[in-house]
Ligand binder design. Structure first.
Ligand code: GLA
Length: 374
């Protein structure tokens, strides 16, 4: 009997130890999984792009993962110009309302992406009957579009990507319809006028919202980041209310981290004009894939996995440095996990910290420890 009691006690103690130490979680949505947002809360917010269908079922793993891992969110497609404003007299706010309600109920910071973009933007903006809209007409449409959307969410949407991808890959501003039609509207010698119009209207519609100019390759293209710096510097000096630059950060394996740091620091110099000027990482992912001789997708090689880990850890250390300096306060991933990434096109890709089953990758475990090592 005494023997059986001893075995019973040993089993109970083992069970208690197991529960109190906690088995290491495997899936990002588990109750005992560590939270990225929680681990980084003293440094910067961590977010993801989502879709409103992720919010339909509170019992779903994606829903639980969203609440567990992130404290800022953005819609992947449903708040772009073609979704919110498909024709001149039609606004469609249903999905964005749902998103903003969800964020408010759960204390999540909302980003609005994006008011003006050359892509996913309906043609009606640029037309007048069968001809092209005049500069006057397009400026008026920009004002109406921005004012209607931003004022509807006044005091609710924290941050707007006011314009997206306005810098050209080669030189100067992108020759978009916005740029070509509005041109140098105020006659001051530059053609930033469609951007200025959008930022001024957004500030008037919600004086407390943060207003961001967002673009890709800023971390890798010196040409592009210098163009961005010069454009924003001129606009800030002219009193245009730009609060920060969004680095999309669609990066690749083996990204040059020194170049990335230099480029962040070029934009950080805008704090000489506005000491509160901020940098956000807005669409982070790391494109990586592997294929066999027949072009079929296969898992990453050991070497690729190591590079993936090294690059992500390097990026997060740099973001922590910038956050400590007060230069950066949010980093958002473009997709919840490998399975939801836009990069899965020609190849199966592995760009996120969570795999297709929403399991934490080794890199997640390395990254979650970084803040506590500071
Ligand atoms: C750009 C846009 C995003 C998204 C991604 C990938 O970076 O800013 O809205 O469309 O491309 O799809």
């Amino acid at each position: 009997m005494e023997h059986i009691t001893r075995i019973f006690c040993a089993v109970v103690i083992a069970a208690l130890l197991f529960t109190s130490c906690g088995a290491k979680a495997t899936y990002s949505y588990e109750d005992n999984a560590p939270s990225l947002a929680e681990a980084y809360k003293d440094y910067f917010r961590i977010g993801s792009a989502i879709n409103t269908w992720n919010l339909n079922d509170p019992e779903s793993n994606e829903y639980k993962m969203i609440l567990k891992q992130y404290n800022t969110l953005v819609l992947e497609n449903e708040s772009k110009p073609d979704a919110l404003h498909p024709s001149e007299d039609t606004y469609n706010f249903t999905n964005f309302d749902k998103f903003v309600d969800f964020c408010e109920e759960n204390d999540i910071v909302e980003r609005g992406h994006t008011l003006l973009w050359h892509s996913q933007c309906p043609d009606w903006f640029f037309k007048d009957g069968n001809g092209q809209a005049s500069a006057d007409l397009l400026v008026q449409r920009i004002k109406d579009h921005v004012t209607t959307i931003v004022s509807r969410y006044k005091g609710r949407v924290d941050t707007w990507d006011v314009v997206n991808e306005v810098i050209a890959d080669d030189y100067g501003l992108r020759r978009s319809n916005w740029y070509n039609i509005v041109g140098d509207y105020d006659g001051d010698g530059d053609s930033y006028d469609f951007i200025e119009t959008a930022f001024i209207a957004a500030r008037e519609a919600d004086p407390d919202a943060r207003l961001i100019i967002n673009d890709y390759s800023l971390e890798s293209s010196t040409n592009k980041v210098i163009t961005m710096y010069n454009a924003v510097k001129k606009m800030l000096e002219d009193g245009v209310p730009i609060d920060g630059v969004g680095f999309q950060m669609h990066i690749g394996l083996g990204m040059d981290l020194e170049r990335m740091e230099d480029n962040f620091r070029i934009i950080a110099k805008l704090r000489e004009i506005n000491p509160d000027f901020i940098i956000e990482v807005t669409e982070m992912d790391m494109n990586c894939y592997n294929e066999d001789q027949n072009g079929n997708s296969i898992p990453l090689s050991k070497e690729q996995e190591e590079q993936f880990n090294e690059t992500y850890v390097g990026v997060f250390n740099l973001l922590l440095d910038l956050a400590e300096e007060g230069v950066l306060d949010s980093a958002i991933f473009w997709g919840l996990h490998d399975g939801t990434s836009w990069l899965n096109g020609h190849h199966e890709t592995y760009p996120m910290l969570f795999d297709r089953e929403m399991k934490m990758k080794d890199t997640f475990w390395d990254i979650i420890d970084l803040p506590s090592k500071r």
